[in-house]
Design a binder for this molecule. Structure first.
Ligand code: HEC
Length: 149
């Protein structure tokens, strides 16, 4: 039990290092580097929306969802055909199934729009999170190479 916990911790730290090492400086300048930054921003915004929903901070949710909505619009352009790299986790399936990929980017834009709508109506922000995260998951499962164990 204890050993497996340590192993789990070590592997989590290892992953963090791998992620950090695979970060921007090891990516070629251009769309592969830029989409990494874009996704990091989208990740931060998703977290911010989650945190804002928890404490009912409408302004913070609106700010993060607005950024996420415009970031989502930029996704397709940062995946030019065949832009693969050893430090990128993009799958070649992206270009084999391009319409679906673009559709998922649009879904994220709409999910962010859903947050804005609910915030404007004074509704329950927590309910807007599920479609946001379902979209991340849907696209990552289909189009991103899983993290190494
Ligand atoms: C339309 C598809 C798509 C959607 C939607 C999407 N992602 Fe991604 N994401 C990708 C792909 C593909 C990669 C891998 C890119 C690469 O490595 O070149 C990625 C990478 C990432 C990364 C890793 C960045 C890095 O290089 O270390 C994070 C973090 C991330 N996404 C967060 C999110 C979050 C959070 C959401 C939802 C709020 C989301 N993504 C929605 C396709 C998507």
């Amino acid at each position: 039990m204890r050993n497996s916990l340590i192993v789990a911790l070590v592997s989590v730290c290892g992953l963090t290092l791998v992620v950090a090492a695979g970060a921007s400086e090891h990516l070629p300048a251009g769309p592969i580097h830029d989409r990494h930054e874009l996704m990091e921003g989208i990740g931060a915004d998703a977290k911010a929306i989650g945190g804002a929903a928890k404490i009912g901070d409408k302004a913070a949710a609106v700010a993060a969802a607005t950024r996420m909505q415009s970031a989502a619009k930029k996704i397709p352009a940062l995946f030019p055909k065949g832009s693969l790299h050893e430090n990128s986790r993009a799958k070649p399936e992206i270009w084999e199934n391009w319409d679906r990929f673009v559709e998922l980017a649009k879904d994220l834009e709409n999910a962010a729009g859903g947050v804005l709508k609910v915030a404007a109506e004074g509704g329950e922000l927590g309910a807007t999170l599920r479609p946001v995260f379902a979209t991340c998951k849907g696209c990552h499962e289909a189009f991103r190479v899983p993290e190494e164990e």
